[in-house]
Design a protein. Structure first.
Length: 357
């Protein structure tokens, strides 16, 4: 019997910190920050609260939650806890030498996505979405005539619908439903990417959002994220149903490389000069609008910049995106973080695809 399901293994190595948010936060009264050792300890709040009750400190704790602005460590020490007692309630601790020392106050920590056992992992949907963007960009570059209609009358108001129309032209080829835009017609349903194997909590670090301007200036908002460290390898299973979609390992690899080359040329090189890398894909949150869009492929660098600048101006009028057109790049900030003493882009990974043995 013909084997029409092609199976592959994907190894994704983080080249810089990667953040995939769960939508949850650890507020500043739910973690302990040791400034000298540059570590954050996260207590089991149920166990800690049980001990607070045993010490008859529930009234003081309620008052602290309602009114006090001091860090949790300071409050715990003020009511008699020592470091040993505090740490015994903490199952998790992370290095924060690149993050909290730069903050003028403690802030909430945006949490990385975790499985039912509390272990971090990368959802297959996140990786598949990044691959989908690369494949769409590749098809636009190979078949420009196919997308002529999508290039016309692109305005900030209709930007989302134009991108959706472009996706439909690329992927909705199955004729399962009369309406082409129906998701049942999407040939990418023949591409299945598993969630990664569980990672370890020690693979996480704390990273602070750092925006780099065209002149090298930094904007450092008070945003902290649990992020995968650089050098972590995540493993996935990839299945391609060749009865649904004509797609090969080589197609994916070429699309990923070409999208990276384009993004580096029209965007990253305006901020920092770095050597080109192979098999590089951007993943997760905080790595910038340009890593998620095919507007540059669809409209070209100049017109793409103009449309994105107008779109951003409508969405965030206080940020003066009208200046982006003059600067020749939009947005005028490269999304980075501080890691091991260096400013690096967020979300950079190396992808390797191999046939299942």
């Amino acid at each position: 019997m013909e084997n029409y399901i092609k199976r592959y293994k994907i190894k994704l190595k983080t080249l810089s910190p990667v953040f995939i948010g769960s939508g949850k936060e650890i507020n500043k009264k739910e973690y302990v920050y040791y400034r000298n050792s540059q570590e954050v300890y996260i207590p089991d709040m149920n166990r800690l609260f049980h001990d607070i009750l045993k010490r008859n400190l529930d009234n003081e704790y309620q008052q602290y939650l309602m009114s006090e602005n001091m860090p949790l460590l300071n409050w715990l020490k003020s009511v008699g806890y020592n470091n040993y007692e505090i740490k015994k309630f903490c199952n998790i601790h992370m290095d924060c030498s690149d993050a909290l020392e730069k903050l003028n106050r403690q802030v909430a920590i945006q949490q990385f996505v975790k499985d039912a056992y509390g272990l971090p992992y990368i959802p297959g949907s996140s990786l598949k979405g990044a691959i989908r963007t690369c494949l769409l960009a590749e098809d636009i570059m190979k078949n420009p005539g196919k997308y002529g209609r999508g290039r016309r009358n692109v305005t900030p108001i209709f930007l989302g619908s134009k991108v959706k129309q472009t996706e439909s032209l690329c992927f909705n080829n199955l004729n399962c439903k009369e309406e082409r835009e129906d998701a049942l017609n999407d040939e990418m349903k023949g591409v299945i990417v598993s969630d990664s194997k569980p990672l370890k909590y020690k693979d996480l670090t704390l990273c602070q959002k750092v925006d780099i301007g065209l002149n090298g200036g930094k904007n450092v908002p008070n945003i902290l994220r649990e992020s995968l460290r650089a050098g972590v390898t995540a493993e996935f299973d990839l299945s391609i149903d060749t009865k649904i979609v004509s797609l090969t390992k080589a197609d994916i690899e070429q699309a990923v490389q070409n999208f990276y080359n384009m993004y580096k040329k029209v965007y990253v090189d305006k901020f920092i000069k770095i050597a080109a890398e192979k098999n590089t894909i951007y993943l997760g949150g905080g790595c910038g609008y340009g890593t998620k869009t095919v507007i540059y492929n669809l409209l070209g660098e100049k017109r793409g910049t103009e449309v994105i600048a107008r779109f951003m101006s409508k969405k965030f009028s206080e940020h003066h995106y009208n200046k982006d057109v003059e600067a020749g790049v939009s947005p005028r900030m490269l999304k980075c973080t501080n890691y091991c003493g260096n400013i690096v882009e967020m979300g950079k990974c190396r992808i390797e695809i191999s046939e299942e043995s």
